[in-house]
Design a protein around this ligand. Sequence first.
Ligand code: NAI
Ligand code: AKG
Length: 391
Amino acid sequence: MAEARKILTLNAISARGLARLPEHYVVGGDLADPDAILVRSANMHEMEIPTSVCAIGRAGAGTNNIPVKKMSERGLPVFNAPGANANAVKELVIAGMLMGARNLVPALKFVESLDGTDEAMHKATEAGKKQFAGMELPGRTLGVIGLGAIGSHIAEAAIRLGMNVVGYDPAITVDAAWRLPSQVKRAENVDDVLRTADFVTLHVPLLDATRNLINAQRLSLMRSGAVLLNFAREGVVDNAAVIEALDAGKLHAYICDFPANALKGHPKVVALPHLGASTEEAEENCAVMVAEQLTDYLENGNILNSVNFPSVAMPRESAFRLAIANANVPNMVGQISSVLAAAGLNIHNMVNKSKGDMAYTLVDVDSAVAGSVIAQLNAIGGVLGVRYLPA
Ligand SMILES: NC(=O)C1=CN([C@@H]2O[C@H](COP(=O)(O)OP(=O)(O)OC[C@H]3O[C@@H](n4cnc5c(N)ncnc54)[C@H](O)[C@@H]3O)[C@@H](O)[C@H]2O)C=CC1
Ligand SMILES: O=C(O)CCC(=O)C(=O)O
C-alpha cells in the first residue's frame, strides 16, 4: 500500500472534501510531522511550518494568509481552489447590493426598536418607513474592480438584473473574459470605475498593489450617494477614509465582509462575519478541489492550480518518478539530466515548466533511484527540493 501521508488541518474542512483524500491518509488538527497542510482562513504567517511539509492546500481563493514567498524559497507549492466559491460570493454581493439599495439593515434595526401595542407599532411603522425608502437596481451602474472568478460572475448577474456594468482588471484571464457579457463596459483604470458607478464592488486579491486601493483620494472621485461593497479583503479599503466619506454623505453605505472596531456601530455600515464563501456548496467545492490537487501532488508530483508553481502533469508510464522544484535559471534540466545519466538512469519521460522565478521538473526513469542520486540532485545549485515517488 502507498505511504500513509499525514494531512494537518488548520480549519474545519468540509467532510466531503476530506473524503477525496486516500483512505489510508491520516487527517487531523494536531499531527506531528505532517506531509501537507489544509487551511481556509487561518493566518499562517507567524506559524512554524514543519520541515516535513511539502505542500499547502488553501480550500478557497485568497492566499494572503499563507507565506507564499517563503514557501517558494522552500520549493513548496501552495494550491488554491480557483472559482470554487465564486457563486457563493456572487450571491452574497447581490444580497449586499440589495441591502444597501433598500436600507434593509437600518430598517430592521428600526423595527427591532419598536414597542408598545400592535396599533402603536403599525402607526410608528407607517410614520417611520419613509426614512428607509431606497432605489431599484435596473438602470443603475455597477462598477466591478477585479474581473476574475467572482467579479466576472457578478458582472454577468448584474446585467441580468438590468444594471449597467463597468469593469476594470489589468490582467483579466481568457476564461473570465469569455464569461463577461458583451454589455460590460471596459474601464481604463480604477478611477474611471469610481467616477461612473452607483455601486462599486471589489474583487481583487490583497497584494502590495491593492492595499488601500480605496483610500480618501479615490473615495472623493465617487458619485455622491454611491454604495461601496468589499467582499475581497479588509486591507483593500482604508476603513477610516470610508467612515469619513459616510459621515460626509459622500457614500450612502459600506457593505463588507470584514468587521473592525473602526466600523462598529456605524449606522451606514453593514459588516458581515467573513461569510462570502460560507455555504455548504462552496465549502464542499473548495475542499474537494484542493484535496484532489493535493493528493495528485503527493502521489504523482502533478501540479494543478498552484499560486506559485506552474501547472505540470505527466501520465505515469514508469514506476520511478522524480519531482524536482527548482529556480527558473538556465541549465537546470541539463544538470539534472547529467546526474541521472552518470548514475546510469535512463530517462523515460520528462517535463519542465516555469512560472515567474519558479520551475518544476518531472522525470520518469526506467529503474529505481538510489538515495545517493537524490542527494546529488539536491546538491545542484538552484534545486529547491527533490521528491522520489516510486509507484
Ligand atoms: N469574502 C470571502 O469569503 C471571499 C473573498 N475572496 C477574496 O476575493 C478575491 C478575488 O477572488 P477571485 O475572483 O476568486 O480571484 P481571481 O484570482 O479569480 O480574480 C482576481 C482578479 O483580480 C484582478 N486584479 C489583480 N489586481 C488588480 C487591480 N489592481 N485592479 C483590478 N483588478 C486586479 C486579477 O487580474 C484577477 O483577474 C480573493 O483573492 C479573496 O481575497 C474570495 C473568496 C471568498
Ligand atoms: O474559507 C473561507 O471561509 C474564506 C474564503 C475566502 O476568503 C477565500 O476563499 O479567499
